[in-house]
Ligand binder design. Structure first.
Ligand SMILES: Nc1ncnc2c1ncn2[C@@H]1O[C@H](COP(=O)(O)OP(=O)(O)OP(=O)(O)O)[C@@H](O)[C@H]1O
Ligand SMILES: [Mg+2]
Length: 352
């Protein structure tokens, strides 16, 4: 498996100071991951678990109050290893957009609300494409909009005049202009209705197919992961608790948290409301000692309250950070947990 990106023991925390008191939010806590080339790689987890912070860090967008406390981020560019955290600003700028592009959460932030879409495209192209005249840049923008299924007159409107789905398409057109090797997309389908959601997913699939690149897709919606990602990581309280092929994760989730996430998905024709996960995620200001999930976990035992389990391969290609699971104890034999193992991914795919 050739990889495009490797993270090692990454700690990215927000440091806030108010009235002389320092607060540290442990948003990305000791994350180690390898992201293969040419895949749609998913990152899932509940709100506030650190997904967006992780993506920002991958884009080398590390500005106070966010600080990287330790770890490494390596991209593989044309057979060279690039250590992102050691790059100077000019080198980072070069890496961004041409090699890595980023669609931030809430597409509105990509655009200037008081400027027409045309200005955003021209500003972007003038920054990155050398030696082309303005008319050429405009026709390139039109061409790109056409590729994402939008008419040229979109260039003449203001961002607020577009629907959420159209705005997201424009953001994708912008992010793919320079044919980047890696696209980081943060919740690109959230807040869209089902039809617009499907269109955006279809577009991402086409882009992936055409560019043969890697898309790192962040969404809390497990249904979307089932539809489009091929491999994924599950985050909980700033840590990765499970990682593997999406199919394997849906067919036999290893971590109790993942089992809950999958169980909570609605199925076609179901009338009964779904059970939520009991309890709530911990504060990242003072996460509990030991495994961050232990206060909500029915399988927790003394070790879980004392030590943080590391992410280890449990079956080939499929990793989990859970002491019960790693010990091979049959803790998931309970009636409730066994139910999920028989579920088929197609159940979730059909949902949209
Ligand atoms: N700019 C910031 N300053 C301080 N704290 C922040 C900032 N951005 C995020 N946080 C905190 O960092 C933690 C992780 O937030 P993050 O936005 O990465 O989570 P997320 O998984 O993307 O959530 P969501 O699903 O709601 O988008 C949260 O506790 C959040 O409150
Ligand atoms: Mg987010």
């Amino acid at each position: 498996m050739s990889r495009v990106l490797r993270l090692e023991n990454l700690k990215a925390f927000y440091v806030l100071e108010a009235w002389g008191e320092k607060k540290v939010i442990q948003a990305v806590n000791n994350v180690t991951l390898e992201i293969p080339s040419n895949e749609v790689y998913g990152i899932a987890g509940e709100s506030g678990c650190g997904k967006s912070t992780l993506l920002r860090t991958l884009f080398a967008d590390i500005e106070p109050p966010l600080y990287v406390f330790s770890g490494r981020i390596h991209y593989r560019v044309d057979d060279h290893d690039i250590d992102v955290l050691s790059l100077k600003s000019a080198e980072k700028r070069k890496l961004r957009w041409t090699y890595i592009s980023y669609i931030p959460q809430g597409s509105m932030s990509v655009f200037n609300p008081v400027k027409r879409i045309k200005s955003t495209f021209l500003d972007f192209l003038e920054d990155h494409v050398r030696g082309k005249v303005r008319e050429n840049l405009l026709s390139l923008s039109v061409e790109h909009l056409r590729r994402v299924g939008l008419p040229p007159n979109v260039l003449d409107v203001y961002p607020h005049q577009l629907s959420g789905g159209m705005r997201q398409r424009v953001a994708i057109a912008l992010a793919t202009l320079l044919r980047p090797t890696v696209i980081l997309a943060d919740e690109p389908t959230t807040a869209l209705d089902v039809v617009a959601q499907r269109a955006v997913l279809e577009l991402l699939r086409e882009v992936h197919h055409e560019l043969g690149n890697t898309i790192v897709l962040v969404t809390h919606d497990m249904g979307i992961h089932a539809q489009i990602t091929t491999r994924m990581a599950i985050m909980y309280a700033g840590r990765v608790v499970e990682e593997g092929p999406t199919k394997a994760i849906f067919a036999s989730p290893l971590h109790p948290y993942t089992q809950y996430l999958i169980q909570a998905l609605p199925h076609i024709g179901e009338k009964k409301p779904k059970e939520g996960i009991p309890g709530s995620p911990p504060s990242l200001l003072s996460p509990p000692l030991g495994c961050p999930f232990h206060p909500r976990c029915v399988f927790a035992f003394s070790l879980c309250r004392e030590k943080v389990p590391s992410l280890e391969e449990f079956v080939p290609q499929h990793k989990v950070a859970c002491f019960s699971r790693q010990r091979g104890e049959c803790v998931f034999e309970g009636e409730k947990m066994r139910r999920y193992e028989s579920k088929n991914m197609d159940d979730y795919r059909e949902r949209g």
